[in-house]
Design a protein around this ligand. Structure first.
Ligand code: AR6
Length: 342
């Protein structure tokens, strides 16, 4: 997945480069800077002494010594002084300069801490938004896997209002699920159909992609005939929708935060069986309304269920026409759910 938000200690990351939240002297300090120098050993400080410091908003690269990565990119974030002193521009510039350095040094994988959000006091929710927006802009133009490493859960906060709204939406929908009759649930599974022509078991939601076709299809006289009636596959629907939207494959998989290799696999295998988060990532990238999202899920053997928070959160965003995958992932992370994408 090109941008992945994970909880970890950045000094443990086995990537090509990790980014350090340094100060302008580049001679070490507290926070993640202290942890990186401690883990790398004295060789790192010796190399840093030769660099002559670094301006705020910029970055410099060194070797990684005893760390399990190849390079350390030392970025100097702004100190928060109320927000009207160019802090945002300087923070954006930190991420851009670091990513450009990583690209120049042919790094395929890079891990960032949430720069400036600790000792430098940048409000964590705003620091997170700058990080996600700037990294995702870069990934639209460049092939790289970037990890945003969150050390403490409190550092990763969606706004209180959004959290409350989603929590209410989850509550309401769990309640709906428990008062729904089985028939109503089936109706929501097959919208627009008054009668379902043959008995379906409770596990219908989990049936294979062709379930809907099989439920509706006239009886086939032979197995061959039944197989020939197979519905459009997930991969076929995806490619059709990309054409209908008039976008390129790359625009679609980048927006879905899916890596190019996985997309190629899906493209070349008509019967590729994706995971549910992958299907949803494409549905979001294609900005499908709920009905088509359900159809695409069905083709891969899944359904949007009201018995888990992951589905309800994704549904919350789609039903509001918010197709920003990074915002959705922030919310999923805040509710301890797995993220969309590969
Ligand atoms: N792995 C990942 N993230 C971490 C780790 C870790 N091991 N340790 C802390 N964080 P900070 P700043 C998170 O204070 O705000 C230094 O003294 C932490 O929770 O390290 O840019 C420098 O020399 C926070 O979210 O950096 C500068 O003087 C984020 O990393 C000054 O601090 C950044 O917190 C820079 O302050």
């Amino acid at each position: 997945m090109p941008l992945e938000i994970i909880r970890n200690d950045i000094t443990k990351m086995k990537v090509d480069a990790i980014v350090n939240a340094a100060n302008h002297t580049l001679l070490g300090g507290g926070g993640v800077d202290g942890a990186i120098h401690h883990a790398a050993g004295p060789g790192l400080l010796a190399e840093c002494r030769t660099l002559g410091g670094c301006e705020t908003g910029s970055a410099k690269i060194t070797g990684a010594y005893r760390l399990p990565c190849k390079y350390v990119i030392h970025a100097v974030g702004p100190r928060w002084r109320g927000g009207s002193h160019g802090e945002r521009e300087k923070l954006i510039s930190c991420y851009r300069t670091s990513l450009a350095l990583a690209r120049e040094n042919k790094c395929g994988t890079v891990a960032f801490p949430l720069i400036s959000s600790g000792i430098y006091g940048y409000p964590k929710d705003q620091a997170l938004k700058v990080a996600i927006d700037t990294i995702s802009d870069f990934l639209f133009e460049n092939e790289m896997t970037v990890y945003l490493v969150i050390f403490d859960k409190a550092a990763y906060q969606i706004s209180e209002k959004l959290f409350k709204d989603i929590a209410e939406y989850i509550d309401d929908n769990y309640a709906d699920e428990h008062t729904d009759s089985r028939r109503e649930r089936l109706r929501s599974l097959f919208p627009g159909e008054d009668e379902i022509s043959c008995p379906i078991t409770e596990s219908a939601e989990m049936l294979a992609p062709a379930a809907k076709a099989i439920v509706k299809a006239p009886a086939a006289s032979s197995l061959d005939e039944a197989i020939s009636m197979i519905d459009e596959s997930f991969s076929e629907m995806l490619l059709r929708k990309i054409d209908e939207r008039g976008i390129t494959d790359a625009q679609c998989y980048k927006k879905a935060n899916i890596d190019r290799k996985l997309f190629s696999k899906i493209r070349s295998d008509k019967f590729y069986k994706p995971s549910k988060p992958t299907v949803l990532a494409f549905a979001i990238a294609l900005e499908l309304p709920l009905s088509e999202t359900r159809e695409m899920l069905m083709k891969a053997g899944f359904a949007l269920s009201h018995s888990n928070k992951f589905d309800i959160i994704v549904e919350y965003f789609i039903s509001r026409g918010n197709y920003n995958i990074f915002e959705i992932n922030e919310a999923l992370f805040a509710f301890d759910q797995s993220l969309l994408g590969a």
